[in-house]
Structures are given as structure tokens and as C-alpha cells.
Design a protein around this ligand. Structure first.
Ligand SMILES: Cc1ncc(C[n+]2csc(CCOP(=O)(O)OP(=O)(O)O)c2C)c(N)n1
Ligand SMILES: *[C@@H]1O[C@H](CO)[C@@H](O)[C@H](O)[C@H]1NC(C)=O
Ligand SMILES: *[C@@H]1O[C@H](CO)[C@@H](O)[C@H](O)[C@H]1NC(C)=O
Ligand SMILES: *[C@@H]1O[C@H](CO)[C@@H](O)[C@H](O)[C@H]1NC(C)=O
Ligand SMILES: [Mg+2]
Length: 555
């Protein structure tokens, strides 16, 4: 080395500068050989590094950050098992169509196939989840490959990209800083946007005009049509809008004759677009950025290909007030919304202040205390998420994050951490099931160390979907009939928070929950866990609306 003189810079710094040039502000990951230098160089370049306890949560954080920021979220991991853990985030981004770039260390290029440390053909492993996966051919190629990864992840329908970083590239000394600067590439511009073809547009306008019953989102104001947000579409228009028919979802689907799908896919969440959940004569107009989406599960959708903002404004310009908007369809829906909303409201008021809580009474107590503004909701679990969805209104886009298209348990902590990084002045409130929380509870330490004041409310029913009370749990354990859905009764999730330096409360009724929530809201700069015991439900039969529907659909 002495003959080479002092090392001025390194491959790690080239990688860090490249990321900085791409506008990266936060990097989520876990360090180890050979990526410690990359993380350190990123921090030195002014990029915030959030170090997690498992790559799975780090990758979920990057995936939600990509969704929230509209630029690829970035995750850094070691090779082999680190990549395998991070795959969860690539899949999650792929199925939700969010931009993410995973960067992972790999073995020295001259050790490939020799059984090197944490060796894995990572490009091949990541490829099925990625729009682009590559190992740069040389250090000089790294900025170009990273640029392509960012561009591919973001442009068209967003998704995942992977870049392999061989250890020898990371450690490679660069003695001439000008060389390093000369191989930089500039930040990718925001994605190019496309508009729908005029003839498709005319056809769509005609369909909408002739519809006797309609379901429209962003055209609502002009046309007076009812709209229905998908779970993570909540807030694109306010839930409190008089034409929001979430509370009469089944009726809306069953009766609609023309439906404008705005970026929503005809997958399981929308019952594949098939009857009996949908009207047999329904006609779908589908706004989507990806041509290959058209035709999935229906061969008769009318496509309006392009960017949602542009296509919706094309439509808005071409269409006037719709004709039969005062039809029985809309008024019937609105009155059903009123009846159902009142039922939901009543269900939350039942029982005394000391009574055992259930989902409805717990959510009502929480809702009445949480401020109306500047809350970002994270929600995961089965009942906790499904029932919670109708209790917490959202009025702006991207303020409610849930298990999404993958129905992925374990995203909650990563999402909460990613969201708190993106929204530093809002309070992130996670309302999660006890099983869901357990997938990544150790990330509490990540949040506390990173000074992210999350407020986590665990809805604890001792199990997956439902659980047993103490006595029944013990008896079942002894006679060997413990259901596979059971978790230990009254697990002290609140104490995990305390053990990591945060705050925790165990609450069992309305009064305790209310007091704990007020205290947690006052502890503005601390990570808080409120462990809310609710009625465990016992050995009830599983019955989720979407499950039943699919069974019917097959008959
Ligand atoms: C990655 C993953 N693993 C497992 C499941 C199956 N699953 C669906 S919901 C759920 C947990 C539900 O229990 P909980 O979070 O306690 O919510 P609850 O319904 O009890 O309110 C599980 C394990 C899943 N959806 N995703
Ligand atoms: C479209 O799908 C319907 C229902 O599955 C089927 O009956 C019809 O033949 C299909 N039409 C074409 C052109 O494939
Ligand atoms: C409204 O609907 C009725 C019955 O479907 C139809 O006959 C009528 O022409 C429609 N009105 C307008 C203004 O389109
Ligand atoms: C085991 O104990 C549970 C809880 O008391 C009870 O419901 C169940 O019937 C028992 N089963 C057998 C086989 O004893
Ligand atoms: Mg549970």
C-alpha cells in the first residue's frame, strides 16, 4: 500500500455519492461485512441510516417509504441470509406496485462459486420479484446500474429492483477523486406520464353518460357519483364525503352497472370483478398505467391506459354532470350508508366503563381521543384491521397503511418506522393485532434508538383471529387441544417497549384505555405501546366476508 500513497476514496464512497445524487435521504437496513463501509459512507454523505433488527422490517420500511415519497425506497443488506430476509420487502413492493431498490453486499468477484462467506446467487434469487436485477460488471458501472435500478423501479408501473455489490467493489480504493466524480450519473427525472387514447376516452365518456348507476372516484365532485375507496385508497377522497359509500360496500358492488376503476386491480380485494359480489351486467372502465393489467379476470373491461392524474383530468374535461344521478341507486346507497354507520356507532357504545373491551368498544374509545389531524394510521391483523377500517376515517391520501394486496402480516413496524421518517411532524399510530405485532416486535428497539415516537396500540385477544382466556388456555394445553391459532394469554407486549427504553401500558377497560392513550399522546417524543386486552373470542368458527364470497363465487 505504501507505494500507492494514502487512499483518498473507495467504492463505498462511490456508492454513497451515487445514492445521494439519486436524491436518497433515508437508507433502511442492517450492516455487516461487507456493507458497513457503504452505510458509513452514506451517513458521511448526509443520508440518514435506520438500522433495523431484521432485514424483513427494513425492507418493508423501504417499500412504504417508496410509496409515500414517490421515489424508490432504499434498503441495504448483507448477502445470503440478509438478502433472503429482504426478499419479503421486494415481494411486498411488487404486489403493491411500489418503488424499492435493494442493495446487498456479495462475495468478492474472484470467490464466486467457491463457497464464499454468505455466498448466494442473489441476482437470480431476487429476479422473480424484480423488474430489474443486476450485478455491475465493474466498479465503474455501479452508478449506471444504480441509476437503471432507480429508473426501472419508478417508471411505468412501479416495483422492485436489485443491485448486487461485490465486496471487492465496495473496498476498492480510488486514489483519484476526479475519477470518482467523472463516473457519476445524474438524478433520474420524475417518471414520464402517458394519457389515454382519444377513442377509448370517448367510449368511456359515453358509457358513463348512459349508466343508470355509477361508481366514480375523482370525478365525484363534477358528476355527483358515489365512490368506494379500496382499503389503501382511503383518503384519496375524504371518508366523510357524502358520496363515500364504504359503509354500504356490498350493496354498491351488487348494484353498480358501470364502474370506473381508478388504479384498482380486479384481484381478490375486488372479488376478481365477478358475480355474485358484482352485478352480472357490470361494465368496468379501467384506468391503469400497465397495459398487461387489462384483461386480468375480465375480458370486457374498457381500458384507459395512462397516468391516473392525467387520465382522470382528461375524463373530467370530457364529461358533464351525469344524467340519472338522483336515481334510486344513489339514494338507496346513501340511506344504507346512514343505517350501517349508525349500527357501527352504536356497537362502540355498548357495555359499562369497566366492561371487558371488544374491537368495537376499544376502537370507539381510541377514535374519540385521537386528534383528527396529523395522524398516520398503520393497521395490520385480521379482525383488528378489517373492523378497524370502518372506525377510523381518513381525509387525505397516504395516511393509512395496511397489510395491502399481500395481506402481509409483519409489515406494521417497518411501515410505522418508514412513515415516521417520511412524516416527521405527524404522529404515527399503529393499531395492530397481537399476532401481527409479534412478527416484528423487536423493531421497537429500532424505533426507540432512532428517536421515532411511534404510538403502537396492540389489540390483544391472545391469538390469531381469536384466542382463549387464561383458564381455557391452561386446560387445553394440558389435554393437548390447544388451537393452532392460540397465543399465550395476556402476553406483556407493553413490557417489551419498557425493556427497550420506551413506555408501556396494559389496559383492560375503557377508562384505562382512555387514560393510557391520553398519557401516550402527551409523551410526544417517546415510543409507546398500549397493550389492549379484549375479549379473546374463544373457539369461534372463522368467517371472513371475503372468504365466504369467494366460496359463493365458485358455485
Ligand atoms: C406473512 C403472513 N403470515 C401469516 C398470515 C396469516 N394470518 C392472517 S391474519 C394473521 C394474524 C391475525 O391475528 P392478529 O394479528 O392477532 O389479529 P386479530 O384477527 O386477532 O385481531 C395471520 C397470522 C398472513 N396473512 N401473512
Ligand atoms: C369473455 O369471457 C366470457 C366469460 O368468461 C366468455 O363467455 C367469452 O367467450 C369471452 N369472450 C372472448 C372474446 O374471449
Ligand atoms: C334516466 O333513466 C331513465 C330510465 O333508465 C331513462 O329512460 C332516461 O332517459 C334517463 N334520463 C336521462 C336524462 O338520461
Ligand atoms: C380439553 O379442554 C378444553 C378446555 O377446557 C375443552 O373445551 C375440551 O373439550 C377438552 N378436550 C378434551 C379432548 O378433553
Ligand atoms: Mg389477535
Amino acid at each position: 500500500m505504501s507505494t500507492l500513497g494514502p487512499v483518498i476514496s473507495s467504492g463505498a464512497e462511490l456508492i454513497a455519492t451515487t445514492l445521494k445524487n439519486q436524491g436518497v435521504e433515508v437508507l433502511f437496513g442492517i450492516v455487516g461485512i461487507p456493507v458497513v463501509e457503504v452505510a458509513e459512507a452514506c451517513v458521511a454523505a448526509g443520508i440518514r441510516f435506520i438500522g433495523f433488527r431484521n432485514e424483513q422490517s427494513a425492507a418493508y420500511a423501504a417499500s412504504i417509504y417508496g410509496y409515500l415519497s414517490g421515489r424508490p425506497g432504499v434498503c441495504l443488506s448483507v448477502g445470503g441470509p440478509g438478502v433472503v430476509h429482504a426478499l419479503a420487502g421486494l415481494l411486498n413492493s411488487k404486489i403493491n406496485c411500489w418503488p424499492i431498490v435493494l442493495l446487498s453486499g456479495s462475495c468478492d468477484t474472484d470467490q464466486v462459486d467457491k463457497g464464499a462467506f454468505q455466498e448466494l446467487d442473489q441476482v437470480e434469487v431476487c429476479r422473480p420479484y424484480c423488474k430489474y436485477a443486476a450485478r455491475p460488471a465493474s466498479l465503474e458501472q455501479v452508478p449506471f446500474v444504480i441509476e437503471k435500478a432507480f429508473r426501472t423501479a419508478l417508471y411505468g408501473r412501479p416495483g422492485a429492483a436489485y443491485v448486487d455489490l461485490p465486496a471487492d467493489f465496495i473496498q476498492y480504493p480510488i486514489r483519484n477523486k476526479q475519477v470518482l466524480d467523472s463516473i457519476q450519473v445524474s438524478k433520474i427525472p420524475s417518471a414520464p406520464k402517458s394519457m389515454a387514447s382519444p377513442s377509448d376516452l370517448n367510449e368511456a365518456v359515453a358509457l358513463l353518460k348512459n349508466a343508470k348507476k355509477k361508481e366514480i372516484l375523482q370525478l365525484v365532485e363534477k358528476t355527483g357519483s358515489p365512490f368506494l375507496p379500496t382499503p389503501m385508497g382511503k383518503g384519496v377522497l375524504p371518508d366523510s364525503h357524502p358520496l363515500c359509500v364504504s359503509a354500504a360496500r356490498s350493496k354498491a358492488l351488487k348494484e353498480a352497472d358501470v364502474v370506473l376503476l381508478i388504479g384498482a386491480r380486479l384481484n381478490w380485494i375486488l372479488h376478481f370483478g365477478h358475480s355474485p359480489r358484482w352485478n352480472p351486467i357490470v361494465r368496468f372502465i379501467q384506468i391503469d398505467i400497465a397495459p398487461e393489467e387489462i384483461g386480468n379476470n375480465r375480458n370486457d373491461t374498457l381500458p384507459l391506459l395512462g397516468d391516473i392524474q392525467l387520465v382522470v383530468s382528461q375524463l373530467t374535461q370530457s364529461i358533464d354532470k351525469l344524467n340519472n344521478i338522483s336515481s334510486g341507486y344513489v339514494s338507496g346507497l346513501i340511506s344504507k350508508v346512514k343505517t350501517n354507520a349508525e349500527k357501527i356507532r352504536q356497537s362502540g357504545l355498548k357495555g359499562s366503563d369497566e366492561a371487558v373491551l371488544n374491537y368495537q368498544t376499544a376502537f370507539t374509545t381510541i377514535k374519540n381521543i385521537l386528534p383528527e389531524k396529523d395522524i398516520v394510521y398503520v393497521s395490520e391483523g385480521a379482525n383488528t384491521m378489517d373492523i378497524g377500517r370502518s372506525f377510523f376515517d381518513v381525509s387525505e391520501p397516504r395516511q393509512r397503511l395496511d397489510a395491502g394486496t399481500g395481506a402481509t402480516m409483519g409489515v406494521g413496524m417497518g411501515y410505522a418506522i418508514g412513515a415516521q421518517c417520511y412524516y416527521p411532524t405527524k404522529r404515527v399510530v399503529s393499531i395492530v393485532g397481537d399476532s401481527a405485532f409479534g412478527f416484528s416486535a423487536m423493531e421497537l428497539e429500532t424505533a426507540i434508538r432512532s428517536q421515532l415516537p411511534l404510538l403502537i396500540i396492540v389489540i390483544n385477544n391472545n391469538g390469531i383471529y381469536h384466542g382463549l382466556d387464561d383458564d381455557e388456555y391452561e386446560a387445553s394445553r394440558i389435554n393437548g387441544t390447544l388451537p393452532t391459532t392460540s397465543l399465550s394469554p395476556e402476553t406483556r407486549y407493553d413490557m417489551i417497549s419498557e425493556a427497550c427504553g420506551g413506555k408501556g401500558w396494559l389496559v383492560k377497560n375503557r377508562v384505562q384505555l382512555g387514560n393510557a392513550l391520553k398519557d401516550a399522546l402527551a409523551a410526544k417524543d417517546q415510543t409507546c405501546v398500549i397493550n389492549v386486552m379484549i375479549a379473546p373470542g374463544g373457539r369461534t368458527k372463522l368467517d371472513f366476508a371475503w372468504m365466504q364470497n369467494e366460496k359463493n363465487a365458485k358455485l
